[in-house]
Each structure stands twice: as structure tokens, then as C-alpha cells.
Design a protein around this ligand. Structure first.
Ligand code: C5P
Length: 230
């Protein structure tokens, strides 16, 4: 059983690399950022004001609680089809919009919201790590901001994937052309780092700086790290 935890800032390529890593090993793939994005999408859809100077934390927490406990939310952990749905509607694209990217930190910074999501993430990881449907043994790659430190600090492999701010901003700007919301990565990192530490590696967490690596080089490095742990 292998749990691979990967954290890192915006625009570092965590999602694409983690997904490819999961495919390579026939592991499940959990995009925890997509869960927070889905919550922000849900709140915006419910007409909750996330632009208010002081966001109504109780209203957001209740909305997120209902989103999870009443079965509106679903996420697939299949790396070939990692879709997110709300009441059966595929929102995988909608949660990547600029609107969601610029509001997601307002939701993810609310501690009771984090507790709901952390519990759900631990449940997915435990379920997949125990499954026997993968050709090379049960495993999961989970990525986000607090996987190596809070969600799965006991994971067999823990990696902090990072890159210089200039490189990350350039990557995100490039993705904007492909339909992902354009944004200021530094602003989101600043907001996110109020509640999670993904800027420095915790004890025992391996740092991989991919500023000078392309996608396949990054994947090679991560694959070798996981191979060594198997
Ligand atoms: O990884 P991604 O950029 O899609 O994450 C979207 C947002 O979700 C982050 O900016 C952060 O606010 C939140 N997040 C979090 N903890 C995680 C993963 C994501 O707070 N483990």
C-alpha cells in the first residue's frame, strides 16, 4: 500500500504531474484542490457573497456541510477521468474558472470548512489505499496544500513540488490560453499560506524544484522517488 502525498503552490504543475504519476503506477488520484474549488463554486451558485469584507463563515460552513453530507458532491479518483460533479452535473471545467480561482481562498481559509474536507480526503485515501483493484498494488496519489502535513502526514512518500514564482506565473498564463482561468498566482499563494504551509517542506518531506524541468522531466523525478519507495 502506497500513499503519495504531494503539496505545492499554484501553477507548479501539481495536478498534471500527479495525475500522470497515478496513471503510471495504476494508482488512484485525488485532487484536493478540486474539492475546495467545488465548494467555492457551490457557494457562488447558492448566491453566498464571497466578496464581502467579512465573509459569513457560518453560512459558508453550513453550505459546504450540506454539499458533502447530503450527497450533492462527488469526485472520481480515476486518473483517466478525474471528474467532479454536483448533483450529477459535471463541474470539472467550471471549477477552473477565474471566478472560482479568485474566490476559492475565501472558502478554504475557513477552518471548519477545512475540517469537513480533511475528513472526506482522509476517507478517500484510506479507501483507495486499501483497495486491491490496481495492478501494482493499492495506492493513491493525493495532491494539495496540506496533504504532507495534515491530511496524510504518515504517507509513504511525501513531496513538496515547487518552482520559482516567475516560472509558475508563466505556466499559469500559458494555461489561460487553453481555457483555464488567468490569475495572479502570488496573490492566491499569499491568501492560502494563512492556513496551510506549502512554501517550505516539513520534516521528512522531499523538495522537488521543477523551475528548470519540463513536464516529462518532473514526472521522471517523481516516478523514481515512488519506485524507490515501493
Ligand atoms: O490546487 P488548486 O490550485 O486547484 O487549489 C485550489 C485552492 O484550493 C487553493 O488555492 C487553496 O485555496 C485550496 N486548497 C487548500 N488545501 C488543499 C488544496 C487546495 O486549501 N489541500
Amino acid at each position: 500500500m502506497i500513499r503519495v502525498a504531494i503539496d505545492g503552490p499554484a501553477g507548479v504543475g501539481k495536478s498534471s504531474t500527479s495525475k500522470a504519476l497515478a496513471k503510471y503506477f495504476d494508482f488512484a488520484y485525488l485532487d484536493t484542490g478540486a474539492m475546495y474549488r467545488a465548494c467555492a463554486w457551490w457557494c457562488l451558485n447558492q448566491g453566498i457573497d464571497l466578496d464581502a469584507e467579512t465573509v459569513d463563515e457560518q453560512t459558508v460552513t453550513e453550505a459546504v456541510g450540506a454539499f458533502f453530507t447530503e450527497g450533492h458532491f462527488d469526485i472520481s479518483v480515476d486518473p483517466d477521468d478525474p471528474r467532479v460533479t454536483a448533483d450529477g452535473e459535471d463541474i470539472s471545467q467550471a471549477i477552473r474558472s477565474s471566478e472560482v480561482s479568485s474566490h476559492v481562498s475565501k472558502v478554504s481559509n475557513i477552518i471548519p470548512v477545512r475540517h469537513v474536507l480533511i475528513a472526506a480526503q482522509r476517507a478517500y485515501i484510506a479507501r483507495e489505499a486499501a483497495a486491491d483493484s490496481y495492478s501494482r498494488g493499492a495506492g493513491i496519489v493525493a495532491e494539495g496544500r496540506d496533504i504532507t502535513t495534515v491530511v496524510a502526514p504518515d504517507a509513504e512518500v511525501r513531496i513538496l513540488l515547487t518552482a520559482s514564482e516567475a516560472v509558475r506565473q508563466a505556466r499559469r498564463t500559458g494555461q489561460a490560453v487553453a481555457g483555464v482561468g488567468a490569475e495572479d498566482v502570488a496573490a492566491r499563494d499569499k491568501a492560502d499560506s494563512q492556513v496551510t504551509n506549502f512554501l517550505t517542506a516539513a520534516d521528512g518531506v522531499l523538495t522537488v524544484d521543477n523551475s528548470d524541468m519540463d513536464f516529462s522531466q518532473t514526472l521522471d523525478v517523481l516516478t523514481t522517488i515512488v519506485e524507490d519507495a515501493i
